[in-house]
Design a protein around this ligand. Sequence first.
Ligand SMILES: C[S@@+](CC[C@H](N)C(=O)[O-])C[C@H]1O[C@@H](n2cnc3c(N)ncnc32)[C@H](O)[C@@H]1O
Length: 201
Amino acid sequence: MKTDTLPWSQACENNKGPILEVLRTWMPASGHVLEIGTGTAQHVVFFAQALPGLRWLPTDRPGTLEGATARIRQAGVANVATPESLDVLAWPDGITGAFDAVFSANTAHIMGWPGVEALFAGVGRVLRPGGRFLLYGPFAYGGEHTAPSNARFHVTLQQQDPQSGIRDMDDLLPLAGRHRLRLTEDVAMPANNRTLVWTRD
Ligand SMILES: C[S@@+](CC[C@H](N)C(=O)[O-])C[C@H]1O[C@@H](n2cnc3c(N)ncnc32)[C@H](O)[C@@H]1O
């Protein structure tokens, strides 16, 4: 793939700085981080450059890794591994723990609910006790969206794929608990997003 035509996301450019500040607070200074749903790899390249003590394994669904691989190669960041295939619904045997942290952005509202269940189950399996799972995106609380724009976004998502949609904390909290993930912090982010910080008990 030509590097000047790499997939690119304006949203990533906008949110990577604020997310980095949350990572500085909640990720360990050193260790091994799994990223799920890396997309364009803009996040992982930026975070890896800013946090050199962390070693990142970016992953995404099979067949979607070409752009991410090219971007990582172009950036020449030593602490990012070559991206690997990981569909949470068919978790590969080769991606096992124990990771010190897991990061995932804008994935829970894209995958269907069975995917969200598989995401939390998989993270609970591969994260070491005390490790952190940072999940960035829009979330709802008690059936209420946090902004009218999120309510509209939820409708648009469901029109495109009825299985997708903004997830509600009322559903996420018991799901996470079943996989020994405890909500440690819920950080307000720009553009009505949140970063949920879960700790593996
Ligand atoms: C909206 S994109 C977000 C990409 C990137 N994390 C970002 O913030 O720009 C959603 C990502 O979730 C990934 N995804 C969707 N379903 C998935 C699944 N079942 N397993 C793993 N990743 C999945 C997609 O391939 C895509 O990269």
